[in-house]
Design a protein around this ligand. Structure first.
Ligand code: 26V
Length: 804
C-alpha cells in the first residue's frame, strides 16, 4: 500500500488510524507528543518512495555521488522544512486543523538538532538542503551525538551550561540500520613485515574496537523526487572485543565516543576523545563508500570518477590516510596509483585563518591511537618533502611540513591530499593564497579557489518569514522561490512608496513576533518602534561583541552625563554561546547581562535603550531573531571572520549591515553599494600596516580618548558591578595584552557609524528603500548558487536523471 496521502481527507483518516493503532487508544485520548511522533513517522514513510527512487536512479544512471564529511550538522527542526519541501504543508496543516490541532504546536514539539557549534555546522545543513533541491546526489556523513551542543541558561548574569538531550523523545526522522554496522579499531600493535614480493604488509592487533552503527535521515529536496541521506554514526559495543575484567571501562569508553559535540578544542583533557571521534566517523564513512562502490563497479580504479568527498574543515582529514590504507592494505594498490585515486576524490574547505583554530595533533597521540594511519601520514610527509625539494622549493619546507615539532599539521595534510582547496569568501580566499597558505598556493597554484558561502533561502526566507515571502510573491511573482537570483526583480520596485510601506508593516509584524517571544521568555518589554539592532553568533574576542556593548555603555554614560543628549530609541539584541572553558568570552556575556540589568531598570534611560540577551542561540532562535532585525551587526576585526553566514540571513530579510570589510560583508557591500550598508573601521591593509610598524598602543588610546576612557573606567568604578575586579579579564585583555582585536582602535569609527545608522533610520522612505535593495541583492547568497559552483568547479556533479 502506498504511504502517500493526496488529499486532506485521506491524510486525516490515515493519521487518526495510525495514532490510534500505535498507542492502542482512541485518537482523542492520545497526547500531543504521541501525535507528533506519529506525524513524523508518517512523513518519513511518505518520503520512502522518493528515497528508494533516488537510490534506484543513481544506480541505473551510474551517477557520481558526493559525500560531505563534517563533524557538525546544525540541522535545527525539520518538520516545517520537510513538509514545505514535499509540498504538503497546507494539506497537513488543514488536516490537523480539522482534528482540532495546530501544526505550530507540532512544530514546537520537535527538538532543535544542534549537532554543531555555529556557522560551520549550519553551512553543512544548508548545503544538504541545496544539494537535494538541485537534484544532486550529495550525502552527509557525521556522528550521532547523544547530546547536542550544550543548552545555555543565564543565571545571575552568567552562562550556565545544561545538557541538550535532543534524543530524549526519540528522533522521528532517523532510520536505524544495524545491518550496515562495521568495526572501527583503535590503538594496539602493528606487526609490519615484507611479503615475498617485497611489498609492505602488516598485521594489526587493535587494543580497542567499537561497532559503528548508522542512522539515516532523509534529506528532502524542494518539490523534487531527490531524497538524499544524512548518515549519523552511533558507537556501540562489539561483543567480541571486551577484554577480561575490563567490561565497565570498555562500556564507558564506547559510550564516550558519541556522547558530545565538542564546544571547541580549547581544553586539554578530552583531546584524545576528539581524535577518536574524528577517526570513528571517517573510518565508518569510508567503509560505507567503498562497499557501495564495489556493489556498483568491479574495482576501485574509477572511485574518483564516481565519488567526490568534501572535507568540511580539517576535522575529517583522516579520510586521506584512511583511504590510502584501504587501497594499499586491503585492495593491494601501489602507493602512486592509490595516491592518484585519493587526491582525485578528496577536496578540502578551509574555514578559518585563526592560527589557534588550525588543528594540530601530537604525533605521539596519533601514533599510539592510530598506528597504521600514523605510518601512512609519515609516508605522505616523506614523499611530499621529496616533491617540494624536487620543485626547488626546499626553502619553504619548514612552513609546509605535515610533521613538525612533534605535531601533525592537519591543514597541511588536507592540502597535500586534495585536488581542491577552497576558502569560503573572496577576501578569505585571498588571505589564504597570499598570506596564511602562500607557500602551498605557490606549490599547487591550480588547487586554490573560492566558494563564497550561502544559506538556504527556503529555510531562511520562505519558511521562517512567510509574511515577507507573501509580499515578495505579490510584487515580483514566485520565480524567486526556485531561482533566488530573481529577487533582483525587486530592484524595479524599491522606489514604490506603497511597497515601502507594506514592507515596513511586514517588518513591524516580525518585530512584534520577536517582542512577544522576549516578553514571554524573559519578561522584558521592548518597543517595536525602536531600532532593532542585532548581534547573534558565537562569542569570540575576534567577533567583537565587546565593541558593541562598549558602544551601548558609551551611550548610557553620555546620556547620564549630558541630560541634553538623547538618542532615537534602540533595542540592542545579543545572542551568543561561549565555549565552557573560554573565560574571557564568559566574562563578556556577564558584562552584557549586567549592562542590560542596569540600563533596563533605569527609568531615566530605558525609554531610549533596552539591552536584551537572548539565551541559547540556536537555529530556532535565529529563525525568529534575524528576520526582525533592522541592523545586522557584523563587526569582526578585518581579516578574521572567514565569511559569516548570519550576515546573509539578515540581508535576505532586509536588515542593513553595520560592518567591517571582513568575510562576506565585502561581497554584500559589493552588491548593495556603500550607500546601502554602513561600513566602518580598519581594513585588512590598515591592520597589516599597523602590525608592520608595531605602532599599536592601547594605553595611548585610553589616555587620549575621553570616551574610551570613560567606558573602560566604568568597568571598575562600580557603574555595572560593585566588585571592581568583576571585569578584570576584559580590562587585562585590552590594556595589558594590547587589545589583540583592535576594539579600541575601531571604537570612534564605530560610534560614528552608529550615529549614521540612527540618522538614516529616521528617513523612513530611504530606510525602506535600502532594506528592499538588500533583499533584492541577496539572491546571490542562496546556497543553491554556492552548491552549483562546487558541483561544477570541484565535484563535477550533475543532476540525477530520473526516468519519467
Ligand atoms: C574556532 C576556534 C576554536 C578555539 C580557538 C579560536 C577559534 C577561532 C575560530 C574557530 C572557527 C573554526 C572554524 C569555523 O567554524 N569557521 C567558521 O565557518 C563558517 C562557515 O564557513 C564561516 O562563516 C565563519 O566565518 C567561520 O568562523
Amino acid at each position: 500500500m502506498s504511504n502517500r496521502f493526496d488529499s486532506k481527507e485521506v491524510f486525516i483518516e490515515r493519521y487518526k488510524q495510525e495514532v490510534s493503532e500505535t498507542y492502542g487508544r482512541d485518537f482523542e485520548e492520545t497526547f500531543p507528543a504521541e501525535r507528533y511522533q506519529v506525524l513524523g513517522k508518517m512523513i518519513r514513510d511518505y518520503v520512502g518512495i522518493n528515497w528508494k527512487e533516488t537510490k534506484n536512479a543513481i544506480r541505473k544512471s551510474q551517477s557520481k555521488q558526493l559525500y560531505y564529511f563534517s563533524m557538525e550538522f546544525l540541522m535545527g527542526r525539520l518538520l516545517t522544512s520537510n513538509l514545505m519541501n514535499l509540498g504538503i504543508y497546507d494539506l497537513v496543516k488543514e488536516g490537523l486543523q480539522d482534528l482540532g490541532m495546530d501544526l505550530n504546536d507540532m512544530e514546537e514539539m520537535e527538538s532543535d538538532a544542534g549537532l554543531g557549534n555555529g556557522g560551520l555546522g549550519r553551512l553543512a545543513a544548508c548545503f544538504m538542503d541545496s544539494l537535494a533541491s538541485l537534484d544532486l546526489a550529495g550525502h552527509g556523513n557525521c556522528i550521532r551525538y547523544r547530546y547536542g551542543l550544550f543548552k545555555q541558561k543565564i543565571v545571575n548574569n552568567e552562562q550556565v551550561e545544561l545538557p541538550d538531550c535532543w534524543l530524549k523523545n526519540g528522533n522521528v526522522w532517523e532510520v536505524w540500520k544495524p545491518h550496515h554496522a562495521m568495526q572501527v579499531p583503535f590503538g594496539g600493535q602493528l606487526d609490519a613485515y615484507m611479503d615475498q614480493n617485497g611489498k609492505f604488509r602488516s598485521n594489526y592487533h587493535p587494543e580497542f574496537v567499537v561497532r559503528a552503527v548508522p542512522y539515516d535521515e532523509p534529506i528532502i529536496g524542494y518539490h523534487t523526487t531527490t531524497t538524499n541521506t544524512l548518515r549519523l554514526w552511533d558507537a556501540e559495543v562489539d561483543e567480541d572485543f571486551v577484554q577480561a575484567g575490563q567490561l565497565n571501562k570498555y562500556l564507558n569508553d564506547v559510550m564516550a565516543i558519541t556522547a558530545n559535540v565538542y564546544p571547541d578544542d580549547s581544553t586539554e583533557e578530552g583531546k584524545l576523545l576528539r581524535l577518536k571521534q574524528e577517526y570513528f566517523f571517517v573510518c565508518a564513512g569510508i567503509d560505507q563508500i567503498i562497499r557501495s562502490h564495489l556493489r556498483a563497479y568491479p574495482s576501485l580504479d574509477n572511485l574518483g570518477e564516481k565519488v567526490a568527498i568534501q572535507l568540511n574543515d580539517t576535522h575529517p582529514v583522516l579520510v586521506i590516510p584512511e583511504l590510502m590504507r584501504v587501497l594499499c592494505d586491503d585492495y593491494d594498490y601501489e602507493w602512486d596509483h592509490a595516491w592518484d585515486i585519493v587526491t582525485k576524490t578528496v577536496a578540502y574547505t578551509n574555514h578559518t585563518v585563526m592560527a589557534e583554530a588550525l588543528e594540530k595533533w601530537p604525533q605521539e597521540m596519533m601514533r599510539s591511537l592510530l598506528p597504521r594511519i600514523y605510518m601512512i601520514i609519515e609516508e605522505i610527509d616523506r614523499r611530499f618533502k621529496y616533491e617540494v625539494d624536487h620543485k626547488g622549493m626546499g626553502h619553504v619546507w619548514n612552513n609546509v611540513a605535515i610533521l613538525k615539532e612533534g605535531q601533525v599539521h592537519m591543514a597541511h595534510l588536507a592540502i597535500v591530499g586534495s585536488h581542491s582547496v577552497n576558502g569560503v569568501a573572496k577576501l578569505h580566499t585571498e588571505i589564504l593564497i597570499h598570506d596564511v597558505m602562500k607557500d602551498f598556493a605557490d606549490l599547487y597554484p591550480g588547487h586554490f579557489n573560492n566558494k563564497t558561502n550561502g544559506i538556504t533561502h527556503r529555510r531562511w526566507l520562505l519558511y521562517s518569514n512567510p509574511q515577507l515571502t507573501k509580499l515578495l510573491e505579490e510584487t515580483i511573482g514566485d520565480s524567486f522561490k526556485t531561482h533566488p537570483e530573481d529577487l533582483e526583480k525587486l530592484m524595479e520596485h524599491v522606489d514604490d512608496p506603497i511597497l515601502q510601506q507594506r514592507f515596513m508593516d511586514v517588518k513591524l509584524e516580525r518585530k512584534q513576533i520577536l517582542a512577544d517571544y522576549v516578553k514571554k521568555t524573559l519578561g522584558i518589554d521592548v518597543d517595536v518602534h525602536s531600532i532593532f539592532d542585532c548581534q547573534a553568533k558565537r562569542l569570540h574576542a575576534y567577533k567583537r561583541q565587546l565593541l558593541n556593548i562598549f558602544h551601548v555603555m558609551h551611550l548610557y554614560l553620555k546620556m547620564k552625563e549630558e541630560p541634553s543628549f538623547r538618542i532615537y530609541p534602540r533595542t540592542f539584541f545579543f545572542s551568543a554561546k561561549a565555549a565552557p572553558s573560554y573565560m574571557l568570552a564568559k566574562e563578556i556575556i556577564k558584562l552584557i547581562n549586567m549592562v542590560a540589568d542596569k540600563i533596563n531598570n533605569d527609568p531615566e534611560i530605558n525609554q531610549y535603550i533596552k539591552v536584551v540577551f537572548i539565551p541559547n542561540y540556536s537555529v530556532s532562535v535565529a529563525e525568529i531573531l534575524l528576520n526582525a532585525a533592522d541592523v545586522s551587526e557584523q563587526i569582526s576585526t578585518a581579516g578574521k571572520e572567514a565569511s559569516g553566514t548570519g550576515n546573509m540571513k539578515y540581508m535576505m530579510n532586509g536588515a542593513i549591515t553595520l560592518g567591517t570589510l571582513d568575510g562576506a560583508n565585502v561581497e554584500i557591500v559589493e552588491r548593495v553599494g556603500y550607500e546601502n550598508a554602513e561600513i566602518f573601521g580598519l581594513r585588512v591593509e590598515d591592520i597589516e600596516e599597523v602590525k608592520k610598524e608595531n605602532s599599536y598602543n592601547a594605553w595611548h588610546i585610553y589616555h587620549n580618548n575621553y570616551r574610551v576612557r570613560r567606558v573602560i573606567d566604568s568597568l571598575k568604578n562600580g557603574t555595572w558591578s560593585s566588585n571592581p575586579d568583576e571585569f578584570q579579564l576584559i580590562y587585562n585583555d585590552l590594556l595589558l595584552r594590547n587589545d589583540e582585536f583592535y576594539v579600541l582602535a575601531d571604537f570612534d569609527a564605530y560610534v560614528y557609524a552608529q550615529r549614521q545608522v540612527e540618522a538614516r533610520y529616521q528617513d523612513k522612505t530611504s530606510w525602506a528603500r535600502t532594506m528592499l535593495i538588500n533583499i533584492a541583492q541577496s539572491g546571490y547568497f542562496s546556497s543553491d548558487r554556492t552548491i552549483r559552483e562546487y558541483a561544477k568547479e570541484i565535484w563535477d556533479l550533475h543532476p540525477i536523471p530520473f526516468k519519467k
